[in-house]
Design a binder for this molecule. Sequence first.
Ligand code: IPE
Ligand code: IPE
Ligand code: MG
Length: 236
Amino acid sequence: MDTKHIPAHIAIIMDGNGRWAKQRGLPRTDGHKAGTETARAVVTRCRELGVRHLTLYTFSKENWSRPKEEVKTLFSLLTTFLTKEEKSLREQGIRLKVLGEIGDMPLGVRQVLKHVMRRTGDCTDMTLNLALNYSGRDEILRAARALADKGLTGEAITEETFAAELWTAGQPDPDLIIRTSGELRLSNYLLFQCAYAEFYFTDVYWPDFSPEELEKAIAELGNRQRRFGKTDEQLA
Ligand code: IPE
Ligand code: IPE
Ligand code: MG
């Protein structure tokens, strides 16, 4: 893999677990379980490739409206995943961060999240952001309220002061957004941060997404010209 064009920040919408399971005559929860294996492999490959920030859309605010049993399974899989991966995350130098309000999550999940965040707090090779209980609009509103609470008005409200109140404060904007399963939408993901992201959509369901698929997405990014409003000539 050409490592010249490794994006600093990749954000993934891990979609299609349910359909993957349905295709096999399995319960949706089996799809979520298989999806955690994919997540583990993708985290490791990103780290190996030198991606500095990886964000995984793990549970949206809207996902609370799913059947109670499914929500329970999702949190239980997350708890198992984090408990099992803590040591490996540390060994790989990966710092865990949560984008979203963890106060609203079940106690057991909150505890394991806090524990792993603490244990990996000094890791510096890669930041793994889990967007959990996440809503992009909500994040924007929250930032606006934070600025208001600090008494910032008028000119003091800039892209920088605003971005500093987002869950991703201090991290670069995503260069690449990947969505699996053939859906062509953002589903309330990183609305502020996506301003100049490149999008990569694939029909592959998340449990079938592999490190090779990830490399395909990164390779495609290398073939694109990011212009940021400029002309070809200016960039030449
Ligand atoms: C993504 O897979 C996982 C979460 C949203 C938590 P889905 O569960 O959305 O799978 P589909 O879209 O129903 O196939
Ligand atoms: C987005 O997937 C959220 C996550 C991947 C966690 P959804 O499956 O919830 O999105 P919609 O409902 O199809 O837009
Ligand atoms: Mg879905």
